[in-house]
Design a protein around this ligand. Sequence first.
Ligand code: BGC
Length: 514
Amino acid sequence: MAGGFVSQTPGVRNYNYKLTPKVFVTCFIGAFGGLIFGYDLGISGGVTSMEPFLEEFFPYVHKKMKSAHENEYCRFNSQLLTLFTSSLYVAALVSSLFASTITRVFGRKWSMFLGGFTFFIGSAFNGFAQNFAMLLIGRILLGFGVGFANQSVPVYLSEMAPPNLRGAFNNGFQVAIIFGIVVATIINYFTAQMKGNIGWRISLGLACVPSVMIMIGALVLPDTPNSLIERGYTEEAKEMLQSIRGTTEVEEEFQDLVDASEESKQVKHPWKNILLPRYRPQLIMTCFIPFFQQLTGINVITFYAPVLFQTLGFGSKASLLSAMVTGIIELLCTFVSVFTVDRFGRRVLFLQGGIQMLISQIAIGAMIGVKFGVAGTGNIGKSDANLIVALICIYVAGFAWSWGPLGWLVPSEISPLEIRSAAQAINVAVNMFFTFLVAQLFLTMLCHMKFGLFFFFACFVFIMTIFIYLMLPETKNVPIEEMNRVWKAHWFWGKFIPDEAVSKGAAEMQQKSV
Ligand code: BGC
């Protein structure tokens, strides 16, 4: 039987903690880390469709956009323009690799702080940009910030949260990302109406606000018990655990954390070790989940919704407005995941969301194909355009309660401490690499593959849904340091996990129950 069907893994302990105000506030602030990523994701698409911005930095694209004879699919195709959007993700990729060491050695909060700080400088470069070089340097600094934050925040949230509510807490990161996107689109909507260069400057410069929030947040946040133990502060870790769990009865969980840390100390090289067969499930998942998340095609909507809507014949203002609507729907639907992920589990959401995205993508591709054909000329009526927007919303909703939040949650909760920082770095790096690739290639792909592009992403959604069905066991409610049992119980991954990786805890449990 596919191990994916296993919903309750035998031998897994179930700590039942109540929600304490301290853990709630801490994770709320921690989730701010998602704001900088979200703000940036949301701002680029709108800015790159603002005429004064294009005129200033990309006159060639501006001229082409104005040309009435251009093929609809190719109106915005420019490598330089996409480089503006995608450069950030290359920088984030590089920095996430350094961030893993900082997160491990200095704790999760200092990684977050550094993320906020570099993002702040980047926003100043962008807001005051006088030439393309300044724009690019700014983007790279923003990217460093995103890499640090994305590496540390999901791990922080997963470690702080009580195991039975880990999904909901971790999803706070995605809520913050989408909140950042929505705020950015609203800002763009207003700044796009300003005359001259002031509009895009405000849009890009305001990135300093979320960066200040994360810096202040990081300064006031405590470090996670797991990280404190990892760095030798055992007593402080116990006190921290007691205070976030709201009880002095944390002995079992504390012991698990200490054991996990002892084990991880034997592992000197997380990067080398993650390649060992016993970590194969984590390695494969931390590579494939972010890869698949990006291959859902979501960022085609995130970055280029305004451009896409203009391609569909909407005016510039209507395009920004529609992008705002898709953002708000994504935000609302992410809460579906917050409230269900620990009850129904990760697999149900992944599978349901996947099927919903698949159907809507096929429908979008078919409609655009019928209306614009291969030549990319033609007009789309108002009601058809509205129908496409509705289909896009259905697609976005599916992503919002599945691959969006789970793409960050699952990789951050499946790895034992000894490889956690490295695994999360791989997760961020792969995510950023494919974010970069999609951002860089989308406009060219749209130009060449036309409506077939939607079928292209639909194929991947089909493959990833099957992948989850067969390969991902359920991880809801499983204490993070007990995850090995879940892998051991899986039909495929079980053979990679040595018996001793789970037997110690099982023996202890047996003793306790006698
Ligand atoms: C993804 C981003 C995406 C965002 C909003 C995140 O989980 O990693 O690539 O832009 O969700 O849809």
